[in-house]
Ligand binder design. Structure first.
Ligand SMILES: [Zn+2]
Length: 223
């Protein structure tokens, strides 16, 4: 992501440092920042390589600061930091991990959610409880409907197939599942989604109670 006025450039997580550097070079970008959502290796694996190469500043959630390689700035829930002209809000979204966070950028009407929400799905509860994930979902669901949602993984088709078993009679979900199939058949991404779309189609965001979210998550684990 680039803030156009200052030219500051951030990657959200670092799944593959070499590939991210290649993309930056191809576009003539100087990577100034890394925003980490959580400590899993497929999200922080390129941190040190990119920090060394670009001198990038690494920002991450305070609750995970001991587990994020090279972290420079650790922020808590609701803290806002400047990124050029943009105000970026860190939202603590525990559940997938205890320290997990999302980055909300009102100026771009975008939120980067890591492994908290996927399109029509949610992350596995590796460390947190259903109650925590329920609270995290509620925080994200409260963002404006038009907010673009960028999950870290393209797991949409599998999530859509599972979501249809939870809400077989949801017309919005049926339509979204068909759209996703058509996009993937053309080799196109289904990301970003929007908060409004997830509120209509995501069975985890629509669970209503933490207990039901926990049950749906368990069923997905064995799907
Ligand atoms: Zn993860």
């Amino acid at each position: 992501m680039v803030e156009p006025k200052s030219g500051l450039c951030a990657t959200i997580d670092t799944p593959d440092g070499v590939e991210i550097a290649r993309q930056c070079n191809a576009r003539g970008l100087n990577l100034t920042h890394i925003f980490n959502t959580h400590h899993h290796f497929d999200h922080v694996g390129g941190n040190l390589f990119l920090k060394e190469k670009y001198g990038a500043t690494i920002i991450g959630p305070k609750a995970d600061s001991g587990r994020i390689p090279g972290i420079d700035v650790a922020l808590g829930d609701g803290e806002i930091f400047k990124f050029g002209d943009y105000d970026i809000h860190l939202i603590h979204t525990p559940g997938h991990t205890l320290g997990h966070c999302a980055y909300y950028i009102p100026d771009e009407a975008s939120v980067f959610v890591g492994d908290t929400i996927f399109v029509m799905g949610c992350g596995k509860l590796f460390e947190g409880t259903p109650e925590q994930m329920f609270g995290s979902m509620a925080k994200l669901a409260a963002l404006p409907d038009e907010t673009k949602v960028y999950p870290a993984h393209e797991y949409t088709l599998s999530n859509a197939a599972f979501a249809m078993t939870v809400e077989p009679d949801n017309p919005d979900l049926n339509q979204a599942a068909q759209n996703a199939k058509a996009l993937r058949a053309k080799g196109l991404p289904t990301i970003p989604t929007t908060i409004g779309m997830e509120r209509k189609t995501n069975p985890f965001m629509r669970a209503g109670t933490a207990e039901r979210l926990g049950k749906i998550r368990k069923a997905k684990d064995h799907f």
